[in-house]
Design a protein around this ligand. Structure first.
Ligand code: PMP
Length: 364
């Protein structure tokens, strides 16, 4: 099997071992004569797959017992709506207030959706420096009357990450971990709700994992669709309707793979090494640059620019020819971006650095 190095931001690289296992099982799962995709989601076999995936995720993140794990659909973008619908509190809609931190394009989308249902206070923003840093704790202007506080720990497009978990007192802290979940250990107990679209560190697209503290369930705002009610989802073990069974199964294989790698401590050490090497190389020459404040550099998404943007097209064509795929930056910002999620090996990062050095020599 020939596998290129894939630096796509999402849908992103999956571990080759997981794909091989899926291939082995695709037509005849465990000798049952049918594939996982063709089974009832309510069958004993499928339910065992679903439950194991949840348990493995709980083990990896050490999720406390008073948190529900939901396997939902609609991507992280649907959570931008479900969060306000489930978490706004107040006697009437006029009382709905939430605090949001704005660190880039995904924060902006989350804010825009929440504003459809209530008042959003942007309690800190780094728009002034073109989203090249995260605000510090002392810059967060928390509102006394907010129902919850939302932030984006890792902005996928800008490659900006928080280097701390905000302290928001007794308010539920809500975090969009789409592009950094499972990249390192996390103290789930600090959060009211964590959500993450699957297609980076979890599995293929079609799933969104929500980890929510139980006491936050059961208080939706008027008009919330049944399918958007976390309590309905939790009470039905994420099977109120037909879940995306194959994505859930593949996520389970990824969780098993992560456990085999030694869990999140072990994968975090590899991730940090990969990121240090790549940033170290970018900083070591004048041909490449990354604008993000050092303390806020994402270990998952590494945007970089070339000294001469006129070379961008050549860089992309040559890197692709060298088997290094999907290095174009997000369409909204241009430049380059290497997403180096869990399934992107250290070898892939070494190959990228080798190519970048060679390209700079030839074109610098
Ligand atoms: N939040 C973040 C941080 C993301 O990176 C993305 C997707 N790239 C989204 C939200 C949207 O996810 P989805 O496409 O699953 O709706």
């Amino acid at each position: 099997m020939s596998r290129a190095y894939n630096f796509c931001a999402g849908p992103a690289a999956l571990p080759t071992a997981v794909l091989e296992r899926a291939r082995e099982e695709i037509a005849d799962w465990h000798g049952k004569g049918l594939s996982i995709m063709e089974m009832s989601h309510r069958s004993k076999d499928y339910v065992s797959v679903a439950q194991k995936a949840e348990q493995d995720l709980r083990d990896l993140l050490a999720i406390p017992a008073n948190y529900k794990v939901l396997f939902m659909q609609g991507g992280a973008s649907s959570q931008f709506s479900m969060i306000p619908m489930n978490l706004f509190r107040g006697a009437s809609a006029a009382d709905y207030v939430a605090d949001y931190v704005n660190t880039g394009q995904w924060s902006i989308k989350a804010i825009a959706e929440a504003q459809r249902y209530g008042q959003v206070n942007v309690i800190a923003s780094t728009e002034h420096n073109k989203f090249t840093s995260a605000p510090t704790q002392s810059e967060l202007q928390l509102s006394a009357n907010a129902s919850y506080v939302h932030y984006t720990p890792n902005e996928t497009i800008g490659g900006v990450a928080f280097d701390y978990i905000p302290d928001v007192g007794d308010k539920p802290l809500v975090a969009d971990f789409s592009s950094s979940i499972l990249s390192e250990p996390l103290d789930v107990s600090k959060f009211g709700l964590i959500y993450a679209g699957a297609q980076k560190n979890i599995g293929p697209a079609g799933l969104c994992v929500v980890i929510v503290r139980e006491d936050l369930l059961g208080n939706t705002i008027a008009g919330t669709p049944t399918m958007f009610d976390y309590k309905v989802c939790a009470d039905n073990d994420s099977m109120y309707n037909t879940p995306p069974t194959y994505s859930w199964y593949l996520a389970g294989l990824v969780f098993e793979w992560l456990k085999e790698q030694g869990g999140l401590e072990a994968i975090a050490a590899v991730n940090r090494r990969k990121a240090e090497k790549l940033y170290g190389f970018i900083d070591s020459n004048d041909f490449y640059a990354n604008p993000v404040a050092k303390a806020n550099r994402s270990i998952m998404n590494v945007p970089f620019t070339l000294a001469d943007a006129a070379l961008d097209k050549t860089f992309l064509a040559e890197s692709e020819a060298a088997g290094l795929l999907n290095l174009a930056g997000h369409r909204s910002v241009g430049g380059m971006r290497a997403s180096i999620y869990n399934a992107v090996s250290e070898q892939a990062v070494d190959a990228l650095i080798g190519f970048m050095g060679d390209f700079a020599k030839r074109h610098g």
